[in-house]
Design a protein around this ligand. Structure first.
Ligand code: AP5
Length: 219
């Protein structure tokens, strides 16, 4: 049985931060749609060239392209037990397609963890975020600084800022979230899959709340 879990929440809610902790615990792959797009952009693939403008503008990549990319990824052998999805689905069409995709693969969407954080906090988080160039480990200038300035604690690589973390693009990404993604909270609540977690608390406390909310959900 493939168990698919989804982390839902606005940009900067802590989806990537919590996904790393949760994937290590559950031993399932972390499938981040944003990271997959950034890999394609770095690799200068046709998909990357198509997606680049959308990411730079803080807009969503069209559904058809995004759904095909995720279908290809979750069909890989390392997802045979399931996967944790971060940043996908993000529209009603993606959510419908994902439910069908999961069932076609002999699995199901077992739970959707919604990380709730207010917009003002999100802007602080994203404009202060640094990520390591080698593997995308996540830091923050105030709440999670690296031990050695400018370098990743885990692999020593250089820390860089994401192009779409400029304040204007962050504002656009938040507006897009409210217009096109926030409606999935009700979609998954009505499906009985939503687990709501206060994402404004410190990272370790959020991780504990997610673990508690998931208890019994994955048996
Ligand atoms: P994507 O890469 O998915 O970005 P996002 O959803 O905007 O989310 P982020 O990665 O910015 O934030 P996060 O929630 O992972 O937070 P993080 O843990 O890093 O998407 C980028 C773009 O790709 C989109 O704009 C779109 O163009 C495209 N795209 C992606 N998916 C798509 C889809 N499905 N359809 C169409 N287009 C798509 O944390 C943020 C910061 O906060 C860090 O500095 C961290 O250290 C800090 N932090 C984390 N937790 C806490 C805490 N509890 N307390 C204090 N600080 C914290």
């Amino acid at each position: 049985m493939r168990n698919f879990l989804v982390l839902l929440g606005p940009p900067g809610a802590g989806k990537g931060t919590q996904a790393s902790l949760l994937c290590a615990r559950l031993r399932v792959p972390h499938v981040s749609s944003g990271e997959l797009f950034r890999e394609h952009i770095r690799g200068k693939t046709d998909l990357g060239k198509h997606a680049q403008g959308y990411l730079g503008a803080g807009q969503l990549v069209p559904d058809e392209v995004t759904i095909a990319m995720i279908r290809e990824r979750v069909s890989q052998p390392d997802c045979s037990r399931g996967a944790l999805l971060d940043g996908f689905p993000r529209t009603p069409a993606q959510a419908e397609a994902f439910g069908k995709m999961a069932r076609d693969l002999g699995g199901d969407v077992r739970a959707v963890v919604y990380l709730r954080v207010a917009d003002a906090e999100l802007i602080e988080r994203l404009t202060g975020r640094w990520m390591c160039r080698a593997q995308g480990h996540i830091y923050h200038v105030q709440t999670h600084p690296p031990k050695k300035a400018g370098h990743c604690d885990l692999d020593g690589s250089e820390l860089v800022q994401r192009d779409d973390d400029k304040v204007e693009t962050v504002t656009r990404r938040l507006a897009v979230y409210h217009e096109q993604t926030a409606m999935l909270i009700d979609y998954y609540r009505n499906a009985g899959l939503l687990l709501e977690v206060d994402g404004a608390r410190p990272e370790a406390e959020v991780a504990e709340s997610i673990a508690a909310a998931l208890k019994g959900r994955l048996d």
